[in-house]
Write a protein that binds this ligand. Structure first.
Ligand code: C2E
Ligand code: CA
Ligand code: CA
Length: 558
């Protein structure tokens, strides 16, 4: 049991006595004073005032029924309806048998008959009522997370308020702990191993808590929180976790990221404080060189910037602030490279913020699902562009569009895509869909079925960012796709690193075996181009030929 839990159990509870007769108040106060902090009110109205003033931090109310101004029944009725304070237990003080029955029926916890009994009896009744009520609240949350033995999130919330009460004068830090690419650990090493990783993290956290005042929970999955008296926690906490993990993970040091919200603002709701720690934590997601981040100005600014983008999205779509650029793809197997298609890539020409790259807003909109609106806009523009080039140049230039995993959740996707190409007056087979490899590997079979459905409807499927998503060979043979887009990380080093070159050769062999074509992305120079050509890569896309350009400019390639 942590220190503050022990303290909490020993803490003096606060009891509010509501009675209009002074002599009764004094009598009870005398009996209770040793064990409780006592507050006094002489009618219902005064009692409500006190409860609000104290934010409901009262363990029990002793209530007389007959009082001037506001009597006990009226008071109880108002109290019970209050969402915050309605749960404070009430014991009625009365000499009237009938009133006793009536009040018990209304839901008071117990009654104490007047004139007052021996003090011991009263004390026992009071203690029992408080205990019952508190136990009920705490048992409600099944306390601990099975896997790690840390508090679960409900209990963590519940106890954070006690922690605040006991340390009202201290500032506190909220810390979020998360694992980089935990899903990959699960996918590659199995869930049992993933569970072991979580236990080790919890072990590291518990070891740290032995020297710090506060509490911790596993919130869900691989997300942990700590709530501590402010101090220099983060480095030592990080080291404690890494040391617990290093027995089972080689790269433990780069696996953990920690977000800190220091000196949390008291006026914020607890959940909000946790959000801030998580924001800090996620700000270094994917950055293997940074393990600790703080909630500060830059994060606040980023959050405000993102909020603005979300807020402005609908108007931007209406006002055509989004511009679709096209980047050519060239077939390179023949003598001369020949234009074979184009990828549609979106930009946001924001009236105040200027040109915003998709790297900024796409991940944001993917997280909140708004990406579907953006994608649909791009698909329509791209389909119409194929028709326009055909009508202008008499040539069909197939276009590929990006389909994010959120779009894949939509049941009517195939029908919708068919509608888009039909409205544009083009065939499905010149409309290619790029689905990122990790969407296949992270998702369940219904995504794969949906992609297969699109493919059956005639759309060509390109597996985007290949090499970053951990498909196994075994999986690859059963996934529906026509073209493999080799991620640029492989291309980048191909002319300087022998291993990278061999790896690309190997991937090309697999593609041949699977009978799919390969496009290499991010080709920037002649050496890369020639190496890829000599290895038998079908097509390339990259700055070597052209950056993405507006549709009018693209005409020069046709
Ligand atoms: P992606 O689908 O992998 O697209 C390729 C990205 O690589 C593009 O960045 C492109 O401009 C860039 N690129 C192309 N050739 C080279 C090169 O030779 N060197 C380098 N360094 N980069 C090159 P962009 O346009 O900034 O788009 C970034 C990402 O945003 C895209 O990655 C894609 O995931 C996403 N995206 C763009 N447009 C859309 C869209 O309409 N819908 C969705 N869902 N995602 C989009
Ligand atoms: Ca793409
Ligand atoms: Ca890509």
């Amino acid at each position: 049991m942590s220190d503050f839990v022990k303290k909490r159990l020993n803490k003096k509870r606060r009891v509010l006595i509501v009675d209009d007769e002074e002599i009764n108040r004094l009598l009870l106060q005398n009996i209770l004073a040793q064990d409780y902090d006592v507050m006094l009110a002489s009618n219902g109205e005064e009692a409500l005032e006190i409860i609000h003033r104290e934010n409901g931090k009262i363990s029990l109310i002793l209530l007389d029924l007959m009082m001037p101004v506001m009597d006990g029944f009226d008071f109880f009725e108002i109290l019970k309806k209050d969402p915050d304070y309605g749960k404070i237990p009430v014991i009625v003080l009365t000499s009237d048998k009938e009133a006793e029955v009536k009040s018990l029926n209304l839901g008071v916890a117990d009654f104490i008959p007047k004139p007052y009994d021996v003090p011991e009896v009263i004390l026992v009744r009071i203690a029992r009522t408080i205990q019952l009520f508190e136990d009920k609240n705490i048992i409600k949350a099944t306390q601990f997370d099975d896997r790690t033995g840390l508090f679960n999130s409900e209990y963590f919330y519940e106890y954070s308020t006690f922690f605040d009460e006991f340390n009202a004068n201290d500032s506190k830090d909220v810390i979020a702990v998360n694992v980089n690419r935990f899903h990959v650990i699960n996918a590659m090493e199995g869930r049992a191993f993933g569970d072991q990783v979580l236990s080790c993290i919890a072990k590291g956290i518990k070891a740290y808590l032995e020297h710090a005042e506060g509490l911790a929970c596993r919130h869900h999955a691989d997300l942990f929180y700590l709530y501590l008296k402010s101090g220099d926690h983060e480095q030592a906490l990080y080291e404690s976790i890494v040391s617990a993990l290093s027995g089972i993970l080689e790269d433990a040091a780069g696996r953990i990221r920690i977000g800190v919200y220091k000196n949390a603002d008291d006026s914020l709701e607890f959940g909000k404080k946790m959000d801030y720690a998580l924001l800090a934590c996620n700000s270094i997601n994917g950055d293997y060189n940074r393990q600790i981040a703080y909630y500060d100005e830059t994060i606040i600014k980023k959050e405000q910037y993102e909020e603005k983008l979300i807020h402005d999205l609908d108007r931007a779509l209406e006002q055509h602030q989004f511009v679709v650029y096209f980047q050519p793809k060239y077939e390179i197997l023949g003598e001369e490279p020949t234009l074979c298609s184009a990828e549609a890539l979106i930009r946001w020409n924001h009236p105040e913020l200027g040109m915003i790259s998709p790297g900024v807003f796409i991940p944001l909109f993917e997280n909140n699902g708004l990406i579907s609106k953006v994608d649909r806009y791009v698909w329509k523009v791209a389909a119409l562009q194929v028709a326009r080039w055909r009508d202008t140049f008499g040539k069909i230039i197939p276009v590929s569009v990006n389909v994010s995993r959120v779009d894949m959740l939509s049941r009517g996707l195939t029908e919708e895509m068919k509608g888009i190409v039909k409205d544009a007056g083009i065939d499905a087979d010149v409309f290619h869909l790029e689905v990122t490899e990790s969407a296949y590997t992270d998702s369940q079979s219904d995504l794969i079925e949906r992609v297969a459905g699109l493919r059956d409807a005639g759309f060509a499927i390109e597996m985007d960012d290949f090499g970053t998503g951990y498909s196994s060979l075994n999986m690859l043979t059963s996934l529906p796709f026509d073209i493999l887009k080799l991620d640029m990380v492989f291309v980048r080093k191909i002319h300087t690193d022998e291993k990278a070159l061999r790896l690309v050769g190997f991937i090309l062999d697999i593609a041949k075996f699977l009978n799919v074509k390969v496009i290499a992305e991010g080709v920037e120079n002649k050496e890369q181009y020639e190496l890829l050509k000599s290895l038998g890569c079908d097509a390339i896309q990259g700055y070597y030929f052209s950056k993405p350009v507006p549709a009018e400019e693209f005409a020069k390639f046709i």
